[in-house]
Design a protein around this ligand. Structure first.
Ligand SMILES: *Cc1c(COP(=O)(O)O)cnc(C)c1O
Length: 361
């Protein structure tokens, strides 16, 4: 079943009413089939269940489906050893989601509702067995291959056919289980001539239309034998931007950690922010600034990309204009591994959460 999306049975759906300026909310309970029971069903039956869970009653023809006018979030929930479940920094995703909606000139979804209903989403689906229980085996590789819940809030527009601005958005919160994002094998990256985000464009908000170029460039990189693609800036084609949908970091020879500064072409990742905060707390010098590709091709000793899906993922090399720069003998670097250890440990409750990052469900 390569095409199934294993959605959880219960999803949240809200709709903005521009007349009353309020959100009407409901829970869509597609079924109450426990996870264990679903695993025992035949493939066709299972596929029908998943298809039904995805039929959320959104308009097929909308600004979103026709023009990519929509936005989304991605955040994760983690099982702890003591049976608790936590969501990682949901208030940050709530703020970014509202900002994406404002960026689309559509009424923003209230941040409080966002957090409350992400929590409620887990509370409703957990009793049916959809949150993978804590497994001590995850500790062996510092949770690198552990499972988690991926929560996907998104906004779609109302039904419409011409190009325009949505005034009555839908907001859905749904989710599925995930394990590792990058599928093993090589971790090589290559720069692309494609442009992910332009100045004065939408690169700093998480809008649907940004991800077509990402998908194309990533396919081109994969077809050429690389795992990841790296974007350069639109104007000079000289400064690093991001990975396919991850932020990018380098450790330089003098041990400074550098990452491109935020601006209108960089997505402000919450893993990026957390990585910077953790590194600073470890006494690492961190610089957010323009990062020329030539600098890291000459001076980079470690590279990793960050994102909710990817965590902190090592990049073994970058190929640019036919030349390959290998980082740390193709092995995970010291700093990236250390930060990954703290980040994942905090998320899974193995390391005390001293920063208030975990919202307990
Ligand atoms: C979502 C995303 C990221 C990572 O953001 P996180 O909040 O860390 O998950 C980075 N770049 C792009 C383009 C993204 O869409």
């Amino acid at each position: 079943m390569a095409f199934k999306l294993a959605m959880f049975p219960i999803s949240y759906c809200a709709r903005y009413n521009p007349e009353t300026k309020s959100w009407s909310e409901k829970w869509i309970e597609s079924d109450r089939i426990p996870y264990e029971e679903l695993q025992k069903m035949g493939e066709d039956k299972q596929a029908a269940v998943y298809e039904n869970r995805n039929a959320l009653g959104l308009p097929a023809v909308s600004y979103t489906s026709q023009y990519g006018y929509g936005c989304f979030e991605g955040l994760k929930a983690f099982s702890h050893k003591d049976g608790k479940i936590s969501i990682f920094r949901p208030e940050k995703n709530a703020a970014r989601f509202a900002n994406s909606m404002r960026g689309l000139y559509t009424p923003p979804f209230p941040e409080k509702k966002f957090v409350e209903n992400c929590v409620e989403f887990i509370r409703k689906n957990a009793p049916l067995g959809y949150v993978p229980p804590y497994d001590s085996a995850w500790e062996k590789d510092s949770f690198a291959t552990a499972s988690a819940v991926y929560i996907r809030p998104f906004m779609n527009s109302e039904a419409t056919i011409g190009v325009g601005i949505g005034v009555a958005p839908y907001v859905v919160i749904c989710g599925t289980t995930v394990s590792t994002y990058f599928k093993g094998g090589n971790t090589k990256a290559i720069t692309t001539k494609r442009i992910r985000a332009n100045p004065y464009g939408t690169g700093n908000i998480k809008v649907a239309s940004n991800y077509v170029i990402s998908a194309l460039a990533k396919k081109e990189a994969e077809d050429a034998g690389y795992m990841e693609v790296v974007y350069l800036d639109a104007v000079e084609h000289r400064f690093l931007q991001e990975g396919s949908s991850c932020n990018i970091f380098f450790v330089l020879k003098d041990k400074t950690l550098v990452t491109p500064e935020l601006g209108d072409t960089i997505l402000p990742g919450i893993t990026r922010l957390s990585t910077i905060e953790l590194a600073k707390a470890e006494g690492v010098r961190v610089e957010e600034r323009p990062v020329p590709i030539d600098e890291v091709m000459a001076n980079g000793i470690e590279c990793f990309v960050t994102g909710t899906a990817a965590g902190i993922t090592t990049i073994e090399s970058i190929t640019h204009e036919g030349k390959e720069r290998v980082f740390n003998d193709r092995k995970p670097g010291e700093l990236g591994s250390h930060l990954q250890h703290i980040l994942k440990g905090t998320q899974y409750g193995a390391i005390p959460d001293t920063r208030g990052w975990n919202t307990i469900v």
